[in-house]
Write a protein that binds this ligand. Sequence first.
Ligand code: ACO
Length: 448
Amino acid sequence: PKNVGILAIEIYFPPTCIQQETLEAHDGVSKGKYTIGLGQDCMAFCTEVEDVISMSLTAVSSLLEKYGIDAKQIGRLEVGSETVIDKSKSIKTFLMPIFEECGNTDIEGVDSTNACYGGTAALFNCVNWVESSSWDGRYGLVVCTDSAVYAEGPARPTGGAAAIAMLIGPDAPIAFESKLRGSHMSHAYDFYKPNLASEYPVVDGKLSQTCYLMALDSCYKSFCKKYEKLEGKQFSADDADYFVFHSPYNKLVQKSFARLVFSDYLRNASSVDEAAKEKLAPYSSLTDDESYSSRDLEKASQQVAKPLYDAKVQPATLVPKQVGNMYTASLYAAFVSLIHNKHSSLVGQRVVMFSYGSGLTATLFSFKIREGQHPFSLSNIATVMNVGGKLKSRHEFPPEKFVETMKVMERRYGGKDFVTTKDCSLLSPGTYYLTEVDSKYRRFYTRK
Ligand code: ACO
């Protein structure tokens, strides 16, 4: 099979959200800290009727219906998530009723977990399967689903929630350049979830930022090396049309791209002009460690990178700014934003993707965008996803109601023997929701 990649995408995020500006006032932080400081506009969250399972049921069934895919045509289903609902039973198995209904139980794959990287692991598994000798000719399906919630404090505004489903097969409009992958994996305690009784992570915010940037540098080095070996010339930011980043909050994405530009400068790439060289020269002799803590370098490189950021990164930031960190879905929601904004002009272009999961695992990889055959064309993907419509029809919660919802979710997490309000009035038709968790922890969902 040739040009294996993503054929179709559907995104779902809860219609319930809170404006970051409102949250700033409520939290008593200085005005602009979340909106300008973190670069976030709005944050989606699950209420007591939604969770990672209901969101993924919604995304999967909507994808199959809207692209006209028979559930029998799926041969592999992989889920990436870091939201633990059960320590043994995979989220994948909760999705099986959709396939069992039409008699298809012959579906490989389970869940992949490592912080925000699980979705990428799931995606690679599916792509590798289609490219392998065990492929049976059917589609792969990847689901990234997470509800990102933090305890009260500085990390709380960096939450979010979403599920994304992606159909995988050959002759894809979004094709992997499989030879171009650079990974960086190491052992770190930057963000982890050791407390199994709580949905909240233990997070060292500052360390997680540095780990993210270090992993990016390392991945970029490997990626460039492979590109140079393959193409016989140096790689620089000029060689990709768009850069899409895992997006815990937009400020980190701005810093990340600036870091790539600084890396190009250090490698003396031809893409870096004289004016930029002059601005970055004072930092050329910093050690790696010094460079991560230099505020001046951060400022100078962000300034140098700004025009390129506006052209190559900004088009892929809408959904993460509006919905928040969606953990495993975050990188793919950024990519969804790019399709939403640029679907009519993407053919022939290269998109570089950076996936990061704390703990830590990271990969920089690349897509080549091709003309797709209906229903797998970029314009149809944009129409099906209807990002604009979904963002517009959301319901803003006041901060008190948001905090109250977080408290209910804290109490419910890991709980049994309760029924939800079954209030689905804010959900759009076709959305799955949680109705009950019985005395044996069995979960029940229904569809609006
Ligand atoms: N107006 C404008 N900017 C402001 C204002 C204001 N009123 N107040 C603060 N800022 C700026 C700060 O200068 C800072 O910007 P800088 O990074 O360019 O210096 C930014 O806002 C954030 O302020 P901090 O004081 O650094 O924020 P704090 O330390 O309170 O929290 C953090 C930020 C660490 C990101 C926290 O939200 C967190 O821990 N989040 C979760 C961890 C995370 O997402 N890590 C990313 C990778 S791992 C993952 O994906 C989970």
